[in-house]
Every structure is written in C-alpha cells, then in structure tokens.
Design a protein around this ligand. Structure first.
Ligand code: CAA
Length: 258
C-alpha cells in the first residue's frame, strides 16, 4: 500500500518507523492518516524481521490533535457511527513495542497516541497537553484514562481542566516520558532504545509487554497470575534454552524467536 499522509522506513536493523507527514496541518490526525498509521504499524507488527517500532512526527509537531476541521462538520451520530476515536488511536493489537519519538506539539489526540505507545522519547522542544476543553469537548482517545495513570489525578485534572501544558523536562519529571534529548539527538535516542528491544527474543519481549500492560487492567493478584502464566510460556520457548545456555557458555545468545 502506498501512503499519502505518512512516511515509512527502517532506520536500523529490526526497527520500523512511521512518520506522520501532514506538516502544513501540524500532523492533525484525520481519518485517512490514522487508517494509514494503523495499516503501516500492523504491517511492521506482522513482519518477522521487525522487533520494535517508532512513531514520530516532525520537528514542530508530533501531532496537534485530532483534525478539528474534519470534526467540525460531524454530528454526534456521525461520530457514533464511525470507528470510535479510542479504537482508531489504540495500538493494543500491536504485540511489538512502540516508541513515540516526540518533538514539538503533542496535543489532544497527539498526546493520546503518544500515551498509547509503550515508551516516549521527547526532544527538549516537546509540549504535551490536552486542550480539548477549549473546544467544548473532552479528550476522546484515551487521555482521561492514560494521562491520569501516567501523571496522577491532580496534575491530570489541571492539564485537562485548565489546558496546562507540560514541557519536556516537566514531562520527564512527572514520569510521562522516558528520556529528553536535544532536538538533533532525540531520534537517535529513540532508535537506540528500539534497537535494544529488537535485539532481544521477540517471544520474551511480547510476553513482557503483555504482562506490563495488564497491570493497568487487573488487580495485583490477577496481574501476578497473568505474569506467572507468561513466565511459564516463556519457559517453553527455544529462546529460553538458548538464553540460559548462552549465559552459561559466556557467549551472545542467538535468538530464534521460537
Ligand atoms: N486540527 C486541524 N488543523 C490543525 C490542528 C488540528 N488539531 N492544529 C493545527 N492545525 C492547522 C491550523 O488550522 C493551521 O492551518 P491553516 O494554515 O490552514 O490555517 C496549521 O495547522 C498551522 O496551525 P497554526 O497556524 O494554529 O500554528 P501555530 O504555530 O500558531 O499554533 C498550535 C500551533 C498551538 C498547536 C495550534 O495550531 C493549536 O492550538 N492547534 C489545535 C490544538 C488542539 O486543540 N488539539 C486538540 C484537538 S481535539 C482532539 O484531539 C480530540 C481527541 O481527544 C482525539
């Protein structure tokens, strides 16, 4: 499939990158763009040579939110009858880790898709916020849930009720992002993390990602049982045999992803 609103490449071995590419609209997330993002990421997810993905924008904007011009003409029923925003912006079907590399604006839906990723690397110019309140609406792609879990209730309330924006250092301070790097370095940091993930056993990576994500949805007891199940699944893999053998024989493991 050729794409109109995104660019797709492989910046390093085992790493697939999707770049939002509507620069004139600050990467506002319209439906065709989101369909392309989902298509490209699902393609990487099912590509055995890819171990991790990066989702990024450009220097000025990761994404300035859902496309307000597209939503302007829509009624409640239109929105009800289309794929829900949460589903469209949700990467839960992706079993491989996704790193958001964020520079500039990550507002509204832009902040929400960054939050739907597994890790976030920010450039020092990144700005995170949920300004939906200014439009007379509320976050509709996971912000009230994921941002609250990420930064806690008090700050999440302030961000969503008063349009408080977080700069990169603040976002780091509050645990929203993994790393902040200079504008000319943040992509290299994201690629370096993605390469570290991609070098591992895809089975162990997948089972770990699943178990960590379950911690949002389960009680501690249920989560521990889920972890135990995935631990036992990992124990049945050829990669478990190889990983332990390689440690004992003091050599680098050669993962088969089996
Ligand atoms: N939707 C559609 N177009 C957008 C957009 C958006 N979310 N954000 C920016 N654009 C467009 C602008 O309309 C403008 O287009 P034109 O040149 O054709 O007028 C272009 O991008 C450049 O934008 P600005 O001139 O406004 O650039 P700026 O540097 O002065 O300001 C900004 C940047 C502060 C990000 C400002 O553009 C802005 O506030 N954007 C809207 C942010 C927002 O409210 N996001 C939430 C959207 S709702 C949502 O996301 C719902 C949800 O939960 C899924």
């Amino acid at each position: 499939m050729s794409y109109e609103h995104i660019l797709v490449d492989r910046p390093a071995d085992g790493v697939g990158r999707v770049q939002l590419n509507r620069p004139k609209a600050l990467n506002a997330l319209n439906s065709p763009l989101m369909d392309e993002v989902n298509d490209a990421m699902l393609a990487f997810n099912s590509d055995a040579s890819i171990g991790a993905m990066i989702l990024t924008g450009n220097e000025k904007a990761f994404a300035a939110g859902a496309d307000i011009k597209e939503m302007d003409g829509k009624t409640q029923i239109d929105m009800l009858m289309t794929v829900s925003l949460v589903d469209r912006f949700d990467f839960k079907q992706l079993t491989k880790p996704v790193i958001a590399a964020v520079s500039g604006y990550a507002l509204g839906g832009g902040c929400e898709i960054a939050l739907a990723c597994d890790m976030i690397v920010a450039s020092e110019t990144a700005v995170f916020g949920q300004p939906e309140i200014n439009l007379g609406i509320i976050p509709g792609a996971g912000g009230t849930q994921r941002l609250t879990r990420a930064v806690g209730k008090a700050l999440a309330m302030e961000i969503m009720l008063t349009d408080r924006r977080l700069g990169a250092e603040e976002a780091l301070h509050y645990g929203l992002v993994n790393h902040v790097a200079r504008l000319d370095e943040y992509m290299d940091v994201a690629i370096s993390i993605a390469r570290k993930v991609a070098r591992r056993s895809q089975i162990a990576i997948r089972l770990t990602k699943e178990a960590v994500n379950k911690s949002y949805e389960m009680t501690l007891e249920e989560g521990l049982a889920y972890e135990r199940r995935n631990f036992l699944l990992a124990f049945g893999s050829e990669d478990k045999v190889e990983g332990m053998r390689a440690f004992i024989e003091k050599r680098r493991a050669e993962w088969k992803n089996r």
